[in-house]
Design a protein around this ligand. Structure first.
Ligand SMILES: [Zn+2]
Length: 472
């Protein structure tokens, strides 16, 4: 047994002497279809786009018939009068049943051996399991396409792209169900499979951040939040990002290495108490991602984040000895907010104040920043909060020192990560999520954006085969 992996299509279709005959018949049928389509006239007057679109549809139609015939000719999924059911009893053979599947070739109607278990009422199709289409009406290749589009765009847009680009109709609800099921598999796979790699650079960076995702009302019942009545409209996704920044721009400032960034995120808590036996869910996630990227093995390790206490608690516990830096990009943004709160938006005075504070930060004059904030702390809430924030994080804001060591202090990677991974897909107008739905799509999107979709898909195919129970 064992899967004929990629490339199985070649020669895998028909065996021995029948192969050439089938191939010729197939070629002839496609050629005839195309000839009928184009007609006898000169080709210069043709609507090329109409021809290519129709030709694709017809060629795929011929292929769909050939594939269905080939699969239906094989009745080896009839394993005798009984087949072992998951419940432990024997399911009884009850004839062959038809089902139409949506494939990238179009619809395929397959006849499969059907077993019925009287003990638990389950119906079993050994072939569906062997081909990885159990409980679905979508073929593996369509499922994969749906996963890809739903990782990038809304379910409705994904449905439209499937039709427009692949010519495969999958309605938005089905895109949603399929993508969420796939996302749940990916989330499980992420927790199960940690294959440590060596670090890709001498200095590795790990960033953490949080962002609110709009939830359906039922998912928020009883949760405290920032709304005037104390309720909440969102729940916080936490994101861990790992990257390297060996490259330098014209001014010698470290820049993120293209392709070095990976993401992992979920609606998870980072809270932990000393009495807890295990680290928080999110701490475990950060640890898995660090292992995968060889963060722990790097010569130099840097944790970047904003001022949120949970980030630094987690960094102390999970990554002791790593250099801790408050992202300068974030710190400067914070000072801008204070300037706005004190002087009003768009005021010259405010702009001047913010610029001065930012220069002080750049030059490592934290005491000057603290003194300037102190002046307004009594009267202004934003200034007071920022004062607390800077005072608490002084050791993480030694920017001249960090720069002298060649470290990246203002990547914007961490903040951008939340926008790229979460915002552009999950925080669009009118979107409201369930916890399960959001987590599934976040897992799917992190997998895709981290360049891990192919690896996941190979593991998924291998598992499908292992579970096929001697098929093939
Ligand atoms: Zn059963």
């Amino acid at each position: 047994m064992g899967r004929r992996p990629i490339g199985r299509a070649r020669g895998g279709f028909a065996r021995g002497g029948r192969k050439r005959g089938l191939q010729a018949a197939f070629d002839a049928e496609v050629a005839a279809e195309i000839e009928a389509l184009v007609g006898p006239g000169a080709v210069d007057g043709l609507d090329f786009e109409a021809i290519e679109t129709a030709a694709r549809r017809r060629a795929l139609g011929v292929a769909a018939r050939a594939v269905a015939q080939r699969l239906n000719a094989d009745r080896s999924d009839h394993r005798g009068p009984t087949f072992p059911c998951g419940c432990g009893k024997a399911a009884r053979y009850a004839g062959r049943r038809e089902k139409t599947f949506q494939s990238v070739l179009g619809e395929l109607t397959l006849e499969r051996a059907y077993y019925h278990c009287e003990a638990c009422e389950a119906g079993l199709f050994p072939r569906d399991r062997a081909l990885g289409i159990e409980g679905s009406s979508l073929s593996p290749a369509v499922t994969r396409m749906v996963g890809m589009v739903a990782a990038m765009v809304s379910f409705a847009e994904g449905s439209e792209l499937m039709q427009e680009l692949a010519g495969v109709p999958v309605d938005p609800k089905q895109v949603e169900r399929t993508a969420e099921a796939l996302g749940r598999e990916i989330a499980q796979d992420e927790r199960r499979v940690v294959e440590p790699e060596p670090p890709t650079a001498p200095t590795m960076y790990l960033g953490m951040d949080g962002t609110g995702v709009p939830m359906r009302a039922a998912e928020l019942a009883g949760r405290a939040g920032k709304q005037p009545d104390g309720s909440s409209k969102t729940r916080e996704v936490k994101l861990v990002t790992v990257w390297s920044a060996e490259g330098r721009d014209e001014e010698g400032i470290p820049v993120r290495d293209p392709g070095s960034i990976t993401y992992s995120a979920a609606l998870e808590s980072a809270a932990s108490r000393d009495t807890d036996e295990f680290p928080s869910k999110f701490a475990q996630r950060a640890d898995r991602e660090a292992q995968r990227r060889g963060f722990d093995q790097a010569q130099r390790r840097v944790v970047l984040g904003d001022g949120a206490p949970w980030i630094w608690n987690l960094a102390d516990e999970q990554f002791p000895g790593a250099i801790q830096i408050v992202d300068l990009y974030h710190a400067k943004g914070h000072l801008w907010d204070v300037a706005k709160a004190i002087y009003g938006a768009g005021s010259d005075l405010g702009e001047q104040w913010a610029k001065q504070r930012r220069d002080e930060l750049d030059e490592g004059q934290i005491h000057a920043v603290l003194a300037a904030l102190q002046v307004h702390a009594q009267a202004n809430e934003e200034a007071r909060k920022c004062l607390d924030h800077v005072a608490r994080n002084q050791s993480r804001m030694r920017y001249p020192e960090f720069r002298a060591q060649g470290l990246c202090v203002s990547s914007g990677v961490v903040e951008a990560g939340c926008k790229v991974v979460i915002g552009t897909r999950l925080k669009r107008a009118g979107m409201h999520w369930t916890v399960a739905g959001a987590d599934a799509i976040i897992a799917l999107r992190c997998c895709k954006l981290s360049g891990r979709f192919e690896d996941f898909w190979e593991r998924r195919s291998a598992i499908g085969l292992a579970g096929a129970g001697g098929a093939g």
